[in-house]
Design a protein around this ligand. Structure first.
Ligand SMILES: Cc1ncc(COP(=O)(O)O)c(C=O)c1O
Length: 389
């Protein structure tokens, strides 16, 4: 590519496509509520959305909630996680994957990642199981399925349930099948920057275990069991979405495969354009099964003499390409450091290294081939500039 004109390539706050169809779905709910008998009680949209999501994600049940954070919390509660218990997860994740265990008074035990996929390594997780381990939470990081077969085996042999953090993974596949029925439960996010959104927030737990899904459902709504007489059978909360959110969830879900295919195409193209650049490591697994939420390269710090922040700063300031970091290691947040978590104690050298190398490039559904070419060109120029010093 000849030196192109400088562009501004933002890291967008919306990861999917929100269009007139979604706006009309929300509008229709609002208009129905205008009459004297109008209301915002969530049926029938809540059930319709849950059924559509369960179908799409290949699960027997889906319970829609107001975020992935609350989905994880409900799973922890449904498993009865309590003080003294241990929950194993990856350090390369959003803070709440670990925070959900701390919220129940449990101890987080970090296990290392696979250096190629950047997903939680089942061998490392297995080594860290103790009699106190009550759950393992692998993340389908960036939308790439975790090592499902190994986690199935680990759960069968140890009896420890697996809760998947599927915040990035709506539409992700494993051996041709959706991932929503795997493990004990899977937790999805429909927050604004995910591949689909329910008006900015939203989440769900999916499961193939109806008894587990029922506990999650009860705790989502005050512990209610409906019948001839309303009963309160456990301590529960209010983690519901609103009626317009369920309505928009339905229209978002109807286009999710198309949105993911658009993201996938751009990510596969980025891999082609960046192959052979020795200063970076390319993400694994981009192809038809990938949920394609994030495109995360790693700066190969063994081969370059500058730090990541110099790279991202120059890429943005000189070439207009914004990036994001997914993620700093969980232990590096002050709240976790304050609880005594640290890189040294976690003993996860591969994750510790990756967390300092990761850079997410701005790939979205409408990213064109020309955008990919510009981003790749800008990235190579930045590396060349920094090498010159
Ligand atoms: C891996 C992961 N888990 C959980 C969450 C939390 O999702 P939510 O914002 O819906 O609570 C996020 C959000 O970015 C995430 O990336």
């Amino acid at each position: 590519m000849q030196n192109p004109a400088k562009r501004v390539v933002p890291f967008l706050p919306m990861g999917g496509i929100f269009d007139q169809e979604d706006a009309r779905a929300a509008q229709s709910v609002l208009e129905q509520a205008c009459g004297e008998t109008g209301n915002f009680f969530p049926l029938p949209e809540e059930n319709q959305f849950q059924e559509a999501l369960a179908r799409h994600e290949g699960a027997a049940k889906a319970v829609a909630v107001n975020s992935c954070g609350t989905a994880l919390d409900l799973c922890m509660m449904a498993l009865g996680i309590k003080p003294g218990d241990e929950v194993i997860t990856t350090p390369l994740t959003f803070v709440c994957t670990a925070g959900t265990a701390v919220g129940q008074g449990a101890q987080v035990v970090f296990a290392d990642i696979d250096p190629v996929t950047m997903n939680l390594d089942p061998k490392s997780a297995r080594e860290r199981i103790t009699p106190r381990t009550k759950a393992v939470i692998p993340v389908h990081f960036t939308g790439l399925a975790a090592d499902i077969d190994a986690f199935d085996a680990l759960s069968r042999e140890s009896g420890v349930p697996i809760i998947y953090d599927a915040a990035h993974a709506v539409g992700c596949k494993h051996k041709g099948k959706p991932i929503g029925g795997l493990g004990k439960g899977s937790c999805y996010s429909f927050q604004s920057n995910k591949n689909m959104t329910c008006l900015g927030e939203g989440g769900a737990v999916t499961s193939n275990d109806p008894a587990f899904a029922e506990i999650v459902r009860q705790k989502k709504t005050f512990g209610y069991v409906y019948g001839a007489q309303l009963r309160v059978v456990s301590i529960g909360f209010n983690y519901r979405m609103t009626k317009p959110q369920y309505a928009v969830g339905l229209t978002q879900l109807a286009k999710i495969d198309r949105v993911i295919a658009m993201r996938q195409k751009a990510m596969v193209r980025m891999n082609e354009l960046l192959r052979g650049v020795e200063e970076i490591l390319l993400p694994a697994g981009h192809g038809p099964e990938h949920g394609s939420h994030l495109y995360v390269i790693r700066l190969n710090t063994d081969k370059v003499s500058f730090v990541r922040e110099a790279f991202t700063k120059r890429l943005k300031e000189e070439y207009g390409v914004a990036t994001a970091i997914h993620y700093p290691a969980v232990w590096s947040w002050e709240a976790f450091a304050g609880l005594g978590y640290s890189e040294k104690k976690a003993r996860c050298p591969l994750a510790a290294k990756a967390c300092k190398q990761v850079v997410s490039l701005p790939i979205f559904p409408r990213t064109t081939d020309a955008d990919c070419e510009y981003i790749a060109w800008a990235l190579k120029q930045t590396l060349a500039d920094l090498k010159k010093g």
